[in-house]
Design a binder for this molecule. Sequence first.
Ligand code: SAH
Length: 347
Amino acid sequence: MDKIDIKSMTKQELEEYVTACLGEKKFRAGQIYDWLHVRLVDDFSQMTNLSLALREKLDQNCRITSLKIVRKLVSGIDGTVKYLFELPDRRVIESVLMYYHHGPSVCISSQVGCRMGCRFCASTLGGLERQMQVSEMLDEVYAIQKDCGKRISSLVIMGTGEPLDNFDNVVTMIRMLSGKDGLNLSQRNITLSTCGLVPKIYELADLDLSITLALSLHAPNDEKRRQLMPIANTYSIDQILQACRYYIEKTGRRVTFEYSLVQGENDSLEDARELAGRLAGLNCHINLIPVNPIEERNYRQSERAAVERFKNVLEKCGRNVTIRREMGRDIQAACGQLRKRYLKGDR
Ligand code: SAH
C-alpha cells in the first residue's frame, strides 16, 4: 500500500487523520503540522515531542516528501539562484530564488511540464508530464528557505506550468503557505500568473484570497495573440478582460498584465497604442518583458530602444508600466530552459 503524503494534508485533514485513523488526541496534529510546515523537518524521528510509538506509527503509514537538489546555479551578476530539483518519482522541475530589496522571492513551478503550448516558452515543449502535489510545491519554498537560510518574503507562481490548470492543489498550497500555523507568508506577497483560463479566473476571484493576479497577455488583439498562444483560440481578450474586471471588483486588487516583447511580432508602436486602448479604465499595471529567445524557436528579443518606445506610448496614454528587470541572465534563469537542457541529456 502507498504511504500517505502527509505534507499535502491541510491542518484540518491532519486533525481528522490523527484522531480517526491513528486514534490520537487532536493536539498531536498541531504538533506534527508545526514540524512539517514551520520547522521544516523531513523525518519523523526529528519530531521529538511525539512519543516514540507515535513516530513509528507515522513512519509506517506516511511519507514526508522532500526535494533533492540536482543542480544549483548562482548568478554572478545579481546573486539569483536557479535550482533544479528532483521529485520523488525522479522527474525534475526548476525553481528560482531572487533577491529583491524587499527580501528574498521564490518563483515556483506548478506542474511538471505544461500543456498550454505558448510558442516562445521552453516549458511547454515536452507537454504536460503530470500535476504537482501540494507538498511538492510547498517543498520548493521550504527547500530554498532551508538552503539559503533566510525567510522567504514573497512568492511568484510563474515557473513551469499553468497554475490554474492545477487549480485545487495550487489553492491549497497558497492557503497552507499563508496560514498562521505555516510559514505565514502574506497573501499580498503572492502572485499567480496565468495564460488566461477564463472560468478559473472567476473561480479564483470567488475564493476571496488577497493574492495578485498576473495575466500573460502578450498581444493587443486576438489575431496576434493566436500566433503566440494557442489558448487564444479558446478565450478572447474581451473575455479575459471581463474576467479581470470581475477579479478586481471582488478582491480590490490591481491586476498585472505581462507582455513579452517579440521583435517584429508584437512590439510596434501601433501594438502599444492598441494595447493602451484595450486596457483603458482598468485598474492595472503592465509589465514589459523582453522575450528570452529559446533555441527551438527563432523569436528575437525587441531592441532596448523599441522596448523604451513601447513603454513611452503606454505611459503617454496614462498606463502604469514597468520593464521587467532581467535576473540571472547568465544562468538560464528564464522559463524552463535549465530543465529543458538537463532533460536533453546534459545530465
Ligand atoms: N502558465 C503561466 C505561468 C508560467 S509562465 C502563464 O502563462 O502566465 C510565466 C511567464 O513567463 C508568462 O508570462 C509567460 O508567458 C512568460 N514566458 C514564458 N517563456 C518566456 C520567454 N521565453 N520569454 C519571456 N517570457 C516568457
